[in-house]
Design a binder for this molecule. Sequence first.
Ligand SMILES: [Zn+2]
Ligand SMILES: [Zn+2]
Length: 241
Amino acid sequence: MKDIKAIIHSHSNWSDGSNTIEEMAKACIEKNYEYLVISDHSKSAFYANGLTEERIKEQHTYIDELNKKFAPFKIFKSIECDILNDGNLDYSANILFTFDLVIASVHSNLKMTEEKAMMRLINAIENPYTTILGHMTGRLILSRPGYPVDHKKIIDACAANNVVIELNAHPRRLDMDWRFIHYALEKNVLISIDPDAHSTSGFNDIKYGVLAAQKAQLTKEKNLSSFSLQQFENFLANKKK
Ligand SMILES: [Zn+2]
Ligand SMILES: [Zn+2]
């Protein structure tokens, strides 16, 4: 747990989270995290109050103000961007460009064949704005099996496109499955242990992700949320190139 340096993947009350971004940032600072990635839902997730292009601009202005107040702590501008039915992301390039990083996830039409699921995921992975692939299979442990995917092909595509794979630490998700982390490490793909926090108390879920990752012998060097603020900024700068 002490090797986790940041909260990556979190929702605020701008979409379906229950805390303000300021409250999320303060809770991070209290717990000695170095930075916070705010990734509210994108516009197609209307049931979760996903952000329109206009609200994104407002949120970014607000984050700039908070960053002045909380420096050297830093809040990164992100989005949990829906992967649409055809594998496109939920915004055009000129909007995607304004985020520091993009987490791409499937939230709609979860009942699909492997062929369809692979088409959607590979398209999203190949999108140059995708930084992290969120909860890879959409499974909910004990209630939903997740759509079928070819894990190795997805990991290969992430390796080829420099995309990080999330280990969603929510105890009902734990997605990607820890049994495929070893192959990801073999292919030099980074993992990110992310709480997908919808409130400040959601940060505590990180421990489940850490336990799952330890079964796969993931080390801090290969976990994005263990990067220091400086390392994380370097990583993002490289990705933007
Ligand atoms: Zn999600
Ligand atoms: Zn989320």
